[in-house]
Design a protein around this ligand. Structure first.
Ligand SMILES: [Zn+2]
Length: 247
């Protein structure tokens, strides 16, 4: 079991951010507790971690009616089979996962952008492109000020920058920052306030230069770790170095 849950309550909504273990890159599963049901976002790096997350959610005593998968990175969907709820995901999920050699579930429902009322609570689904992943789902609860950002934002955790869209990523963050949210729930790390926008943008700015100048993976890693010594997720740098510096 993992007791790393951060709870955020705003009116009729409580977001339980369940952080996976370090071996699962500490990826968050968000359990959005509504008046009579729970909407889950992201499914952990494997089924064992997902089962631990579900054991926590079961204690809340409400059914999980939907599982959303925010994007096609394995720490967010490999545990999906542990969930009984229907899968909601972007149309690109399965193909994007296959492109990195992973098998993602085919969505039961394809998510399109726009608003939907679920259990009396207004959700705003946004699809952003070329950020941490080529496509990603961002979920806002506009009446509650809560933005569930997936991996467009991390909190004090090294970013996965191997997909390399750093300028567009920063632009998208700027757009999100203009929206009326003040509780920001990231894909890795704990929920925070709007300061996350500047913190992640600063990381991206530094990483862009570090990427351009590092001669190899070790140099990139030491530059990032020296600049952001308190960030978790150093292991993620090793994983992405395999993509940035193949061989
Ligand atoms: Zn992730």
């Amino acid at each position: 079991m993992n007791d790393s849950v951060t709870i955020t309550t705003r009116g009729a909504v409580t977001v339980h951010s369940w952080a996976g273990p370090a071996e699962g890159l500490s990826a968050n599963t968000q359990f959005i507790e509504l008046p009579t049901e729970i909407v889950a976002i992201d499914a952990q790096f494997d089924e064992a971690f997902a089962r631990d997350a579900l054991a926590y959610a079961t204690s809340l005593g409400k059914p999980i009616t939907r599982l959303y998968i925010s994007h096609a990175h394995p720490d967010h969907f490999l545990g999906a089979a542990a969930f009984a709820a229907p899968v909601y995901a972007l149309a690109s999920l399965k193909a994007d996962a296959a492109a990195i050699g992973r098998d993602a579930p085919a969505p039961d429902y394809v998510v399109s952008p726009g608003e939907e009322i679920i259990d009396g609570v207004r959700f705003d689904f946004q699809i952003v492109t070329d950020t941490e992943a080529s496509e990603a789902l961002v979920v806002g609860l506009p009446d509650h000020g809560i933005l569930i950002a997936g991996d467009v934002l991390y909190n004090r955790y090294h970013l996965y920058i191997a997909d390399g869209h750093l300028e567009q990523w920063a632009r998208v963050i700027g757009q999100l920052a203009a929206e009326p949210y003040d509780v920001i729930v990231p894909g890795h790390g704990e929920p925070a306030g709007v300061e996350l926008y500047d913190e992640v943008t600063e990381y991206l700015t530094f990483a862009k230069t570090a990427l351009a100048t590092a001669e190899d993976g070790a140099a990139l890693k030491s530059a990032l770790v020296n600049r952001f010594p308190d960030h978790r997720g150093v292991g993620l740098i090793d994983i992405q170095n395999g993509y940035i510096f193949p061989g």
